[in-house]
Design a protein around this ligand. Structure first.
Ligand code: KG4
Ligand code: ZN
Length: 347
């Protein structure tokens, strides 16, 4: 059998993504973002995102089919993010996917957004090693997972107990007046700053925290520490060294993420670490993970930055894996589940 041709739809946040893959080969990755419409609010406004998805959906599907050189009838299956994400935004994608699947008479797979962030790496680096440790770092989630079969389920090892890593980037960028989303701007600012200028706290790394939270994350204390530091500086009338704050903050986040991910891999005797989600686009995180893993004999896989942030190709990639492994498709009345747990990879 030839590899499955799958069209994937992603609308969990502010990106309308439509991707088309054949097995592990990426054919099209069309993304329409409403990020500019949210920027002045400093965060994603759900209702604005839902309306933007409605407007962008059909043109983005058409653009993806054109790029891939296929007609919708050619696909073997439709995949869609069923959750987690913004309820209204998810509904637009799920409704579009159902309409396509019904009209074309093709199976539909409602898949987990977080698992899709892991699956996308297959489009760049080939089949996922199994078992692997996956670290998922996005605007809404930060988790460490043990993956034996991505299409069947994953075992959560740890997660953030407060803010997600991307959320911390967004909040710190806001308090530095750098705009939204914060990750890319902090990444850029940090390049001209010193990562050792300010010693910001590393959450949940003290010995007494490790007993209960060895693989969990906490970034809200770090965010507060940055805010206090900046306030003190402003009170004293001195200029805020934005690049140094950005670099030192980024170093603190990456240090904790990489330390815990490598500890998870070592503790399980697993030699492969996959990093996914928007924060995986961070240039410092990528270099630090590579460097530290090499010393431990652990291989690191991170998709290229454009595939780390939300897109439709990741959903198509997970859908293609579902087809290839013979998973039963979802029912046509599948729900959009805004709080779909990571343990549920296919609804
Ligand atoms: O995965 P994603 O696109 O959407 C969610 O599922 O949340 O992740 C978005 C998050 C945002 O918080 C954004 O600031 C962060 O990823 N991000 C980055 C970078 N690019 C995006 N964080 C750090 N460094 C980056 N280069
Ligand atoms: Zn995401």
């Amino acid at each position: 059998m030839t590899e499955p041709l799958v069209l994937g739809i992603e609308t969990s946040c502010d990106e309308t993504g439509v991707g088309i893959v054949r097995g592990h080969t990426l054919l099209a990755d069309a993304v329409a973002s409403s990020v500019d419409e949210h920027a002045r609010f400093g965060g994603v406004v759900p209702e604005v995102a839902s309306r933007a998805h409605l407007e962008a959906m059909v043109p983005t599907i058409e653009r993806a089919c054109e790029t891939a050189g296929i007609r919708p009838y050619d696909v073997d299956a439709i995949a869609v993010t069923s959750g987690p994400g913004l309820a209204g935004a998810l509904l637009v994608g799920v409704a579009a996917a159902k309409a396509l699947a019904f009209a074309l008479g093709k199976p539909i797979y409602g898949v987990n957004h977080l698992a899709a962030h892991v699956a996308v790496d297959q489009l760049e680096h080939g089949p996922l090693p199994e078992p692997a440790i996956a670290m998922l770092v996005s605007g809404g989630h930060s988790s460490l997972l043990r993956v034996t079969d991505l299409t069947a389920g994953v075992d959560p090892m740890g997660a953030t107990i407060d803010d997600a890593a991307g959320e911390a980037f967004d909040k710190v960028a806001r308090l530095l007046g750098l705009g939204f989303p914060g990750g890319p701007v902090i990444d850029r600012e940090a390049r001209s700053g010193s990562s050792v200028a300010i010693d910001f706290p590393r959450g949940l790394t003290a010995r007494h925290d490790l007993e209960r939270h060895r693989f969990d994350f906490s970034f809200s204390g770090l965010k507060t520490a940055v805010a206090r530091w900046v306030e003190a500086r402003e009170r004293s009338g001195e200029p805020v060294p934005v690049a140094d704050v950005a670099a030192s903050f980024q170093e603190a986040v990456c240090d904790v993420l990489v330390r815990k991910a490598l500890d998870a891999a070592s503790s399980e005797g697993i030699e492969d670490l996959v990093i996914g989600g928007g924060v995986a686009a961070n240039s410092r995180l990528r270099v630090m993970a590579e460097e530290r893993a090499a010393g431990l004999g652990i291989r690191v896989r991170v998709p290229r930055p454009g595939l780390c942030t939300d897109n439709g190709a990741m959903v198509a990639a997970l859908g293609a894996e579902m087809v290839a492994r013979g998973r039963t498709p979802s029912a046509l009345d599948l729900p959009a589940d805004s709080s779909q747990p990571i343990t549920s990879v296919l609804v």
